[in-house]
Design a protein around this ligand. Structure first.
Ligand SMILES: Cc1ncc(COP(=O)(O)O)c(C=O)c1O
Length: 447
């Protein structure tokens, strides 16, 4: 029985407040990643989560929440999954890292290749950003070209290589037909932005112009197949197959950043879901079931350059037995019949609940994504967003009010309306019933 979830009083989060005051004295900004600069409703400190079990988390003041953040989708089996914990515990007893070859990394690569279309050879890293760097180097090494085309608003990690036009202001973004390559941060050298061509998502005509201009210089086109970092904007029908044709015609590699969609959308990720296979594919988050591991994989002839050490790739912790064991367990579970279908079906229940509640309350919004990852956007016309610039027009206060009401009622979602809700295999029908009722009440607070 789900009961007593959420916060009776916002100020009952005093332990979080105290921890944040302590954190600010020793952690830069009080946080460990810029994405965690969130608040507890209107209160200016983040919620400190102390523990998790299945689909629920508890904060340091012992408030319980149903969790739809799930470490940005990583904890796809839910928190502290019994089988995953037992697997990792067994590996802990055997040792965690040897800096040598190990059998688990081989079994995991076999599992990945068996599930993902186009994954012929694999290399591991430890975070999404690292695996992106590896894949981009492989693409540049293979093609002998330097420039990369990325889409405005798509997020490919924080490291220099692609931290360009992640979230430009309308002032920095430039004209839609020639978006500026706008560094995401101070400290990124100018040469990096020069090598990154920015295109508007879902805009074939403008993309084609940019390809005509830069096609012969491009090593790769990289994209988030569903733009998890832009409130789950979907690719318009035929876009991915058209990009595939353009890449083939122009000798450009197609790279999917499947750090969010991989092993979540389907067993074979976006390549399987959309029926269009990229040359290289990048995974993290769900693959580790909550453990830090990432991988890039793809066509044999490209990855063989990495194998032959022509394109260098290294890393002390790559393929370590601890995280590989966690990932192998997670992928075997996700490969079981019905697992992903169940996750999608619960997520669709939430998506429908938001649409129904919005309709009943007369609130304009659009719910976009697929069951296991989705977001609601409070835009005026209720039409699906096409590209990043549509997000800049959205009323973010409405999402803040919606999220605050959900938090008070015990539903924990991403504090950013540009990100996603994630559903795990541990979410239950009871969670859905509770969440649906909370959504109904929260929608009434959106004005
Ligand atoms: C689509 C996508 N690519 C890359 C990354 C970077 O991964 P990491 O934070 O593990 O470096 C993220 C992280 O949120 C992501 O969502």
């Amino acid at each position: 029985m789900v009961h007593h979830l959420g916060l009776t009083d916002l100020h009952a989060t005093s332990q979080s407040q105290q921890w944040f005051a302590r954190a600010k004295k020793v952690l830069a900004g009080g946080i460990s990643s810029s994405a965690r600069a969130s608040t507890t409703g209107p209160l200016p400190y983040p919620l400190y989560i102390a523990r998790g079990e299945k689909s629920h988390v508890w904060d340091v003041d012992d408030h319980e929440f149903i969790d739809y953040l799930l470490s940005y989708g990583s904890a796809i089996l839910g928190h502290a999954d019994g089988g995953l914990v037992a697997t990792v515990r067994q590996q802990l007893d055997r040792g965690t890292m040897f800096g040598t070859c190990n059998t688990v990394e081989v079994e995991l690569a076999e599992q990945i290749c068996s599930m993902v279309p186009g994954a012929e050879l694999v290399r591991y890293a430890n975070s999404g950003s690292e695996a992106i760097s590896g894949a981009i180097r492989a693409a540049r090494g293979f093609t002998g070209r330097n420039r990369i085309l990325k889409f405005e608003g798509h997020y490919h990690g924080w490291v220099d290589v692609l931290a360009i036009s992640n979230r430009p202001t309308s002032g920095d973004a430039g004209p839609l037909d020639h978006p500026h390559s706008s560094p995401h941060s101070r400290g990124i050298p100018g040469g990096v932005s020069e090598d990154v061509i920015i295109a508007p998502w879902n805009h074939k005509q403008l993309i084609e112009h940019l390809l005509n201009e830069h096609g012969t210089e491009l090593a790769a086109i990289i994209l988030e197949p569903i733009v998890a970092n832009n409130a789950c904007i979907m690719p318009e029908a035929g876009l991915l197959s058209w990009l595939r044709e353009q890449c083939d015609k122009r000798g450009i590699l197609l790279i999917y950043d499947e750090i969010v969609t991989g092993f979540r959308l389907t067993r074979g990720g976006a390549a399987e879901y959309f029926g269009v296979t990229p040359d290289l594919n990048i995974f993290s988050k769900a693959v580790g079931g909550g453990f830090p591991i990432s991988a890039f994989a793809g066509r044999r002839e490209i990855m063989e350059q990495v194998g032959a050490n022509i394109v260098k790739h290294g890393g002390t912790y790559n393929g370590n037995p601890l995280c590989s064991a966690a990932a192998l367990y997670t992928l075997r579970k996700l490969n079981e019949p019905g697992m992903l279908e169940n996750i999608h079906s619960h997520g669709q229940t939430c998506m429908e609940a938001i649409r129904r509640a919005a309709n009943d309350a007369g609130v304009a919004c659009v719910v976009q994504g697929v069951g296991s990852m989705f977001q609601v956007v409070f835009n005026e016309d209720g039409q699906p967003l096409q590209h990043y610039r549509d997000l800049l027009k959205v009323n973010t206060q409405r999402y803040a009010a919606f999220r605050h009401s959900l938090l008070m009622q015990g539903v924990h979602v991403n504090s950013s309306g540009s990100a996603c809700w994630f559903v795990s295999a541990a979410h239950s029908a009871e969670d859905m019933e509770f969440t649906t009722q909370a959504i109904d009440r929260a929608m009434k607070s959106v004005r």
